[in-house]
Design a protein around this ligand. Structure first.
Ligand code: PLP
Length: 359
């Protein structure tokens, strides 16, 4: 098959393996997984593969992505706190949303009533990471308002850590969530079946068996796609870290000095660059740039290749030490981190290919 470059190749078999591994690991601890699809823009072939592997609930931060999945048979969760301007679509295209603002919840109730639906919400509690969520002291008051609303069902409490503040989830902060759940259930005589205990950074507690009892849902993105937990950046046991491969084509290859000639001003991004003189090196330009990727998140698979830098659409490599006799037209493969994957999957200039489809 003739391919277009740059491209991301997705190995659906490896992905499926990661999904099954993480599902079974969590299932043993009675934890459900909401598989987070945002990093790959909820691309249908990937979502279909993860459902095939046993996922029953998907989660995304954007309604546009959930809308693409409307015909798939699974529960859908909206991760980002909804905008008031999108409440109708939130009710239409998600079964559940994560919330932290009573004004928005009131609007969701109104939309749900008009659309003749019940919308489920999980109330987000800020346990110290300072991204989204209600402060602990305000939770009971907000719940007292939510329980008066029609067409809104509060199904649980959730939290998100290790996103903005880098706070690591542990039994102490997640324990507060469980305590709060019990207090609310008692005060309002209701049941909160879902305790959504975070993202891939909470997975290490499943792995080392320290997850506080009561946490029964995790929203997992990165661990599935990159095989990595995100509190300490450790590999998830028995998972692949190479589900996604970024591939680019060499458009120029020449021996050149490592220090530019002339007076150095600003580069294309307004920085004043510095250069280390390594003498004459064999430099390859790959047709790939900051419009498609995050350069800092690229790792050439050929470990003898290093990266000089990149502009919007040119990636400059040092290929001097590569054992391959590289030439114009050759393809260079990269492993990519989360930020780079996010950029590549989002870029319309990067083709996506799905390999090892399950039949
Ligand atoms: C993105 C996101 C996740 C998934 O995070 P990963 O680190 O990729 O597992 C979970 N919850 C919320 C609210 C998110 O925005």
């Amino acid at each position: 098959m003739k391919k277009n470059y740059p491209c991301v190749e997705v190995d659906l078999k490896k992905l499926t393996h990661n999904v099954k591994t993480i599902l079974s690991m969590c299932d043993k601890k009675h934890i459900d997984i909401a598989a987070v699809t945002k990093v790959y823009c909820a691309q249908l072939p990937i979502v279909e593969a993860i459902l095939e592997a046993g996922v029953t609930q998907v989660a995304d931060s954007r309604i546009l992505n959930l809308k693409k999945l409307k015909n798939l048979n699974c529960k859908k969760m909206l991760l980002r706190i909804p905008m008031i301007s999108e409440v109708y679509d939130v009710v239409r295209y998600s079964d559940c949303s994560l919330n932290s603002e009573i004004d928005t919840i009131v609007q969701l109730a109104k939309a749900a009533k008009e659309l003749n639906k019940i919308h489920n919400i999980i109330l987000m509690v800020d346990l110290g990471d300072l991204r989204e969520g209600i402060l602990i002291d305000d939770v009971v008051f907000i719940v007292s308002k939510i329980v008066k609303l029609d067409n809104i069902k509060l199904i649980g409490l959730g939290t998100n850590v290790t996103c903005y503040g880098g706070v690591i989830p542990d039994s102490k902060n997640l324990g507060k969530l469980i305590k709060l759940k019990l207090e609310i259930e008692k005060t309002f005589n209701l049941s909160l079946p879902v305790i959504s205990g975070g993202n891939s950074s909470s997975l290490y507690m499943v792995i080392n068996d320290t997850m506080p009892g009561g946490v029964n849902q995790l929203r997992i993105g990165e661990a599935i796609v990159l095989g990595r937990e995100t509190s300490f950046g450790e590999p998830v046991p028995n998972c692949y870290d190479d589900v996604f491969t970024l591939r680019g084509e060499i458009v120029e290859i020449k021996n050149k000095p490592t220090v530019p000639t002339g007076i150095i001003g600003m580069d294309a991004f307004g920085n004043i660059p510095h250069f280390e003189d390594k003498g004459i090196r064999k430099r390859a330009i790959v047709a790939l740039g900051r419009q498609d990727i995050r350069v800092e998140g690229l790792r050439p698979m050929d470990t003898d290749i290093s990266i000089f830098g990149a502009s919007s659409d040119h990636l400059i490599l040092d290929v001097t030490d590569s054992k391959r006799e590289l030439k114009v037209g050759d393809i260079v493969d990269f492993k990519i981190d989360y930020g780079c994957l996010l950029a590549a999957m989002t870029s319309i200039y990067v083709e996506k290919y799905y390999n090892n489809k399950l039949d």
